[in-house]
Design a protein around this ligand. Structure first.
Ligand SMILES: Nc1ncnc2c1ncn2[C@@H]1O[C@H](COP(=O)(O)OP(=O)(O)OP(=O)(O)O)[C@@H](O)[C@H]1O
Ligand SMILES: [Mg+2]
Length: 307
């Protein structure tokens, strides 16, 4: 059985991607799953400190520079079932990781002995981040209940979809003909990704079929972090609707996490990891989120009003 890969991204920095990656990892491992966390935050790797691995022996650099196979750079954590690949890859220029290398990386991680592989992305939306995000099985975005964070998410998704469509056109060797049609066609009224997709699908029956087929099952899962009240929680439903309407893709509201002192204590290493691990595995929000992501479910309004 191959492992399922989840990536956590979302554009803006500091929304809680690393915290959620680590706490989901701890929660899932405590529930008996085999989990490998991968720090793909090029230039800002800090996942190892969240899982208290003070001095990681190897990093992703060793894989990308062909020094070690992936299996050799996976390290155990103090939590049984939870492993980590550190992302300290400052010794090479992250922008230089070629698409073929990323494909090789994903081919390898899929074959690791794990139920879930959770990839923590950095903030921002450079091509490496977009490609890594797109290569996963489950695309997860982490946002805060703030306008700037939500706007950042829309910008991020716009770039993700552009990249996705670009890859579809290249894969099917349609890029040149589509560009030509784009130049010749009346594209003045096209203001959103949804409209662009409609334009492409209108080019020919074949293009329409290919795009439909490639985008079928394309979905993002939304996590709202650091919510403080019910109004914040409800923002997840609106974000989901906007994504579906304007981007024409499927979206799930996988769950929310409160701004909580328990999490702050975990992040700031106030308690031993074993103690935090018990709290994280018993925490209702983290557990609900982990189950929803595992089972491809989302939260409902009824659940919130009965919480
Ligand atoms: N639910 C929460 N409750 C309390 N504090 C939180 C919570 N989530 C995140 N934080 C705080 O937000 C900070 C940023 O979180 P984190 O490092 O996980 O963000 P990030 O998205 O990985 O950032 P970057 O994009 O820089 O990698 C943490 O140091 C912590 O102080
Ligand atoms: Mg981070």
């Amino acid at each position: 059985m191959t492992a399922e890969i989840w990536t956590l991204g979302g554009g803006k920095g500091g929304t809680g991607k690393t915290f959620i990656t680590s706490s989901l990892g701890v929660n899932l491992a405590k529930s008996g799953r085999k989990v490998i966390l991968i720090d793909a935050d090029l230039g800002g790797a800090n996942l190892h400190s969240f899982v208290r691995l003070k001095k990681p022996k190897h990093s992703l650099t060793d894989f990308f520079e062909n020094r070690l196979p992936l299996e050799k750079i996976i390290e155990d954590t103090q939590i049984p079932g939870l492993k980590l690949v550190t992302g300290d890859i400052h010794s090479i220029n992250p922008q230089n990781i070629k698409y073929a290398q990323k494909l090789r990386f994903f081919r390898h991680i899929r074959e690791l002995d794990a139920d879930y592989i959770i990839v923590d992305l950095g903030g921002g939306s450079n091509l490496n981040t977009l490609d890594t995000f797109l290569l996963a099985d489950k695309l997860v975005v982490v946002i805060l209940p703030e306008i700037t964070s939500i706007e950042n998410l829309y910008q991020f998704l716009k770039k993700v979809l552009f990249r996705k469509i670009n890859r579809i056109l290249r894969k099917h060797r349609m890029k040149d003909s589509v560009l030509e049609a784009w130049r010749k066609g009346d594209t003045r009224g096209i203001h959103s990704i949804g409209e662009m997709i409609r334009f492409l699908k209108g080019l020919s029956f074949e293009t329409s079929l290919i795009i439909d087929e490639e985008l079928a099952g394309f979905k993002v899962s939304i996590i709202l972090n650091q919510v403080r009240d019910r109004e914040h929680i409800e923002m997840g439903f609106s974000v989901r609707s906007v994504i579906m309407k304007y981007f024409g893709i499927s979206a799930m509201y996988a769950g929310y996490i409160g701004h909580n002192d328990l999490f702050w204590r975990f992040i700031n290493q106030i308690q031993p990891l074993s103690q935090s691990a018990v709290s994280l595995s018993n925490n209702r929000e983290i557990s609900a989120l982990a189950r929803n992501l595992e089972e491809d479910k989302q939260i409902t309004l009824t659940e919130i009003y009965h919480a």
